[in-house]
Design a protein around this ligand. Structure first.
Ligand code: HEC
Length: 99
């Protein structure tokens, strides 16, 4: 009986969508390497060409969103390029590596 209940719980947990709203760290890493690493450095290791994104604080998401939408100086705008999901995943990835 108990095993049956456990099995049902496990199956329903597996069926839940993978953190769609929260952003997915793995997906964010892929988006990052494809779009941001050339300037901000592979695996978030800064090259000196662009700021170290690991220093963005947990309360700086707004700044992150503004820069990604509008760009600044050498930083291109990603408006219409990255979906909201991709941005959320990027943020999750950056925060997961934050100091
Ligand atoms: C062509 C090079 C280039 C690419 C590609 C690039 N950036 Fe940037 N980024 C910069 C530069 C240069 C700055 C500094 C702009 C300034 O303040 O003048 C910057 C600034 C930022 C900032 C603000 C950081 C701070 O502390 O002020 C964020 C956030 C950011 N970039 C995120 C991203 C993300 C996310 C991507 C990938 C989707 C990306 N960037 C791709 C060059 C780039």
């Amino acid at each position: 009986m108990l095993r049956g209940i456990l099995l049902v719980l496990m199956v329903s947990a597996a069926a839940m969508p993978a953190q769609a709203q929260e952003g997915d760290v793995e997906a964010g890493a892929a988006v990052y390497e494809e779009n941001c690493a050339t300037c901000h450095g592979e695996r978030l290791r800064p090259t000196g060409a662009a700021p170290d994104l690991k220093t963005l604080g947990a309360d700086e998401r707004e700044k992150f969103e503004t820069r990604v939408s509008e760009g600044k100086g050498q930083m291109p705008s990603w408006e219409g390029v990255l979906s909201n999901d991709e941005r959320a995943s990027l943020w999750a990835y950056i925060r997961s590596r934050a100091r």
